[in-house]
Design a protein around this ligand. Structure first.
Ligand SMILES: [Zn+2]
Ligand SMILES: [Zn+2]
Length: 452
């Protein structure tokens, strides 16, 4: 371990209380995507107290705190934490004001970002970095609360559902060369995971069937049943599954937002939220077309009207061609305290999605998970059981990885930038996102009623 590594670890240990207090505070004040105003305020305030210039209000609640003045020579590494939580009303620590709980552990990412900022701000550490570091908070990673997000889009406040997607669109990643991302995990067998696999692409859909009310027992023949249309559509999607190739890891899933008004009234207004995911863009486009056809089939068979609003979700994660800076960070922490580390290699694929995928399409992204949480993510049983692993370890890994990328004329970062192959640039990314936005409409077309 060299002197700078030692200083980084020492600084984070010395500030342990402040870092953990920040984590607990964010945990108890969870907020939903694009409205994480309190969370953002706390994050920005801390960076400003460290003397950083902070660009605030990016994609509504996001921010970038600059370790050194903007335009500093050399590569710029972004240390990224997410701001948002999940709408889980029945967690014991749900924020009563927002109905949100940190059951995906994003509060720990933000805490780690703050811990890294404390360590890298120490003058001798800062001087050892031949480039800049940006501490970035990103809104709205969880693709939930779609009505609210559609409202923001219509008001022109945020065009995409994912915060990082929106930040790419507005150019907030333009001065970043390498991104570092962290996520919480509940794996009790390991302390840290080098997460370098790919993930699914997805699109999100809001589907509305319009029918006609009637007495469900007295005159059902006078109604046009929107619930039947939706049921038929879902059956159609189920039958499409045999046409999906195993290697494309297609996932089609959704739920009813609205299923009708009463048991004795034919449902005339049924709304679903639906998601189509697959390993590649081509496979998502194929599955998405089949899902749209199935929804149309439900409408056509019953005579219901139909409206499908499709939003682009997230891009597939591109594995990083060189994670040696993270490996060096793990080795340094491991000298002090042996770590149980797992590596998920580039050959593996997860069927969930993240907007870190979008970042990885335009620049190299090094991602790691740390544990210290129990339960299952996205469930109301999530709890932090080891604050050292949940908050302190990722802070050290963030800071040490940034150091290893930027030390010695930033050779690590420069090498990574050279060997990384972007999938898209910002322009073609936005073009792709816009091409996935779309609306399908079918008028209601019931058969005429038979004469009494
Ligand atoms: Zn998450
Ligand atoms: Zn999540």
């Amino acid at each position: 371990m060299d002197q700078i590594e030692k200083k980084i670890i020492e600084t984070i240990d010395q500030n342990r209380e402040q870092i953990v207090a920040f984590g607990r505070d964010i945990w108890h004040h969870a907020e939903l995507g694009y409205r994480e105003f309190r969370t953002a305020g706390k994050f920005n305030e801390l960076l400003k107290n460290l003397g950083m210039e902070v660009d605030e209000g990016l994609a509504i609640t996001g921010a970038k705190g600059y370790l050194k003045p903007k335009g500093t020579a050399g590569p710029t590494v972004a240390v990224i934490g997410e701001l948002d939580a999940l709408p889980i009303a029945n967690h014991k620590d749900t924020n009563p004001e927002t109905g949100a709980a940190h059951c995906c552990g994003h509060h720990a990412q933000l805490t780690a970002t703050i811990g890294a900022a404390l360590a890298l701000s120490v003058p001798e550490v800062k001087e050892a970095l031949d480039g800049n570091v940006v501490f970035m908070s990103t809104p709205s990673e969880e693709f939930v609360d779609i009505d609210y997000k559609n409202g923001l889009r219509k008001e022109g406040k945020a065009r995409y559902g994912g915060g990082k997607c929106e930040l790419i669109r507005i150019g907030a990643f333009e001065d970043i060369d390498v991104a570092l991302g962290h996520h919480s995990d509940t794996d009790a067998e390991h302390d840290a995971i080098i997460m370098n696999c790919s993930s699914n692409v997805f699109v999100n859909k809001t589907v509305k069937f319009k029918g006609r009310k009637a007495h469900a027992a007295g005159f059902p023949e006078k109604g046009v049943d929107a619930l039947n249309a939706a049921e038929l559509a879902l059956h159609g999607i189920a039958l499409q599954r045999e046409s999906f190739r195993d290697e494309d890891t297609v996932r089609c899933h959704g739920y009813y937002l609205q299923g009708g008004d009463a048991v004795n009234i034919i449902a005339d207004d049924v709304v679903l939220e639906y998601c189509v995911r697959a390993k590649t863009m081509e496979a998502v486009k194929d599955a998405n077309a089949k899902v749209d056809r199935s929804f149309k089939a439900g409408a056509l068979a019953t005579g219901c009207g139909l409206e499908i609003e499709t939003l682009p979700g997230y891009f597939s994660t591109q594995p990083c061609p060189d994670v040696s800076a993270l490996q060096a960070a793990l080795d340094a922490v491991g000298e002090d305290r042996p770590l149980r580390v797992k590596e998920v290699p580039a050959s593996e694929h997860i069927t969930g999605s993240t907007d870190f995928g979008d970042v990885s399409a335009i620049m190299p992204l090094i991602q790691f998970y740390t544990t210290g949480l129990t339960g299952q993510l996205h469930n109301n049983n999530v709890e932090v059981v080891d604050e050292e692993i949940a908050y302190i370890l990722p802070a050290k890994l963030f800071a040490l990885t940034a150091y290893h990328l930027l030390k010695g004329d930033a050779a690590g970062a420069r090498h990574l930038m050279e060997i990384y192959q972007p999938k898209l640039d910002r322009e073609s990314y936005v073009e792709y996102m816009e091409s996935m936005l779309g609306t399908i409409e079918m008028e209601m077309d019931p058969l005429p009623l038979l004469e009494d």
